[in-house]
Design a protein around this ligand. Structure first.
Ligand SMILES: N=C(N)NCCCC(=O)O
Ligand SMILES: [Zn+2]
Ligand SMILES: [Zn+2]
Length: 324
């Protein structure tokens, strides 16, 4: 195909060239990248998880992967903020969507674990596009089998370390309690970023500490700024594998209206993108972007934010691979 421009010497296959095929045409893959079956090997795979049977309030995150891909068409090859070519320093490919059972939660969790494990087995670092936050648990199960307990860097308005909803243990409000109980987390190095809003009880915070997390609150950005947050984040995460889980509701509803459990007083997209740039050099072994619910989005605001979040994460992985 000529539309991707000439490639030689085993260089990564990049996005379709927007000066040759207009952005509103061409493939529906993330950032117009090749499908995984079009490349001999992927360093990083984008993997969709269209699933929202674990939500407690508004549904719709099952449509998240397609929406984020559609909103990613304008991304360009060079990221000046990190001085890196995220699609040039490594082979990034789109691995499509996992066929997740929408009716049987236990089966869905097994489906996600199997789907992620399969793509990882071929050597790719996986960036998952959700889907609701339930999917972080099976992804962590897959990662912990290879890496042992990992640090979770969790961007969210919510703790997601609650116990049960309606007696159900597997929901989008409970993945990190289950992960902690199962020994998947490094209890000295987990961290929430952007927490805010009402809780059920004071003891929610005590439970959360016991389960292995510290907290940088949304309000801490007001007092300490992005640089203060990044400094604390790097200190907490250093020294082992890090899984980055980004619930898009960490952003203020003004920056991400298209989500299921919105809370006022959140981060700006600029604060989130700048915080992610501070991850370079840490051992990031996987990531997800979850809770994008297109039916509640307007003018692709949330989809665009999510696509840029993905772009910064890919840039961190590219910078890390260049210095490895
Ligand atoms: N993971 C997200 N987005 N939300 C969890 C909120 C669960 C609740 O309704 O209390
Ligand atoms: Zn949340
Ligand atoms: Zn969440």
């Amino acid at each position: 195909m000529t539309e991707r421009g000439p490639q030689s010497g085993g260089a990564p296959i990049g996005p379709v060239d927007a000066t040759r095929v207009p952005r509103y045409g061409g493939p529906a893959t993330f950032a117009r990248l090749p499908r995984i079956d079009e490349v001999s090997r992927a360093d990083v795979a984008i993997l969709g998880v269209p699933f929202d049977s674990g939500v407690s309030y508004r549904p719709g995150a099952r449509f998240g992967p397609g929406h984020i891909r559609a909103a990613s068409k304008l991304l360009r090859p060079y990221n000046p903020a990190q001085d890196v070519f995220p699609f040039g320093a490594q082979q990034v490919a789109d691995a499509g969507d996992i066929g997740v059972n929408p009716f049987d939660l236990d089966q869905a969790i097994a489906d996600v674990d199997a789907g992620v494990t399969k793509v990882r087995a071929d050597g790719a670092t996986v960036l998952t596009l959700g889907g609701d936050h339930t999917i972080a648990l099976p992804i962590l199960r897959s990662l912990a089998r290879d890496h042992g307990p990992v640090a979770v860097l969790h961007f969210d308005a919510h703790l997601d370390t609650w116990d049960t909803y309606f007696g159900a243990p597997y929901t989008h409000g409970t993945p990190f309690r289950r992960a902690s109980e199962e020994g998947l987390l490094d209890l000295e190095r987990c961290l929430h970023m952007g927490i805010r809003g009402p809780l059920y009880a004071k003891s929610d915070l005590e439970d959360d500490t016991r389960l292995g997390f510290s907290i940088i609150r949304s309000d801490d950005y007001e007092t300490d700024g992005v640089s203060g947050a990044v400094e604390r984040m790097r200190k907490r995460l250093d020294g082992g594998p890090v899984y980055v889980s980004i619930d898009i509701d960490v952003l203020d509803p003004a920056h991400a209206p298209g989500t299921g459990t919105p809370e006022a007083g959140g981060l700006t997209s600029r604060e989130l993108l700048n915080t992610l740039r501070g991850l370079t050099g840490l051992n990031v072994v996987g990531a997800d972007i979850v809770e994008v619910s297109p039916p509640y989005d307007h003018a692709e605001i949330t989809g665009i934010a999510a696509s840029h979040v993905a772009y910064e994460l890919l840039s961190v992985l590219a910078a890390n691979s260049a210095s490895a």
